[in-house]
Design a protein around this ligand. Structure first.
Ligand SMILES: [Zn+2]
Length: 233
């Protein structure tokens, strides 16, 4: 009798908590995607004041023209956000990238939905795409598209691989990065407002490098958005 009861309660628990949280390892219910609700609530958010009065805009100001800029989470060297970004980039977890896009859009980007016509992800170099199997920025963009019903346009291609840029000045990085990208589908972006998506913003050089070909090919305006913004030490 006791064994049957134990067995039943174990089955019941497994039914309620079929999996574990990717961050704390605790139980996760069927309705919780990848991480449990307490972990999701505790992820440090960026303060996304509408417009340009926020830390993401401050980071990019003066580098290239943009309309608005948003980041979802505060990325620090130690912390759960770093953990998450690492998983979505190197842990072969395209669905986690998609889900982060869903959360970002639900909490932040849906409110500015009327201000962009299409979502453009920052591309990976084809060699990197082949080895990783997916472009995390494309997956994030697809998650945002799922919530906002705005289409994704793969308008950019990466023509050179990024070399290590840590020794270079901000201007030298920008000069290097702006040669990395070109446009593949100019007709699909001309005259449109673009939501430009990357996984993380550090110096802003990648965003600047992708913004230049977009703007010189007739994009009307760029709203910049990333899952993580690195925190300055
Ligand atoms: Zn958790």
């Amino acid at each position: 009798m006791e064994i049957t009861f134990k067995r039943l309660s174990l089955d019941f628990l497994t039914m309620l908590f079929p999996s574990v949280c990717s961050l704390c390892g605790g139980p996760r219910t069927r309705s919780e995607r990848f991480i449990c609700s307490p972990c999701l609530i505790q992820l440090p958010r960026e303060r996304n004041y509408r417009g340009v009065d926020n830390d993401t805009s401050a980071r990019l100001l003066g580098m290239f023209p943009f309309v608005e800029a948003y980041s979802f989470l505060r990325f620090s060297k130690k912390g759960q956000v770093r953990n998450l970004i690492h998983k979505l980039k190197y842990g072969h977890q395209p669905k986690l990238a998609f889900q982060l896009g869903v959360w970002f859009a639900s909490e932040v980007l849906f409110q500015v939905r009327d201000r962009f016509d299409t979502i453009v992800p920052v591309p990976l170099h084809p060699e990197k795409l082949k080895s990783r199997g997916y472009n995390q920025s494309f997956e994030i963009a697809t998650g945002i598209s799922h919530v906002t019903a705005c289409p994704v346009t793969e308008a950019l291609q990466r023509i050179h691989k990024t070399e290590t840029q840590t020794q270079l000045s901000r201007w030298e990085r920008f000069e290097n990065t702006s040669k990395e990208f070109s446009i593949v589908n100019p007709d699909e972006i001309q005259g449109k407002s673009v939501l430009l998506i990357d996984d993380i913003i550090t110096t802003g050089a990648t965003m600047a490098g992708t913004a230049v070909p977009l703007l010189t090919n007739g994009v009307e305006g760029i709203i910049v958005a990333a899952i993580g913004l690195t925190q300055k030490a």
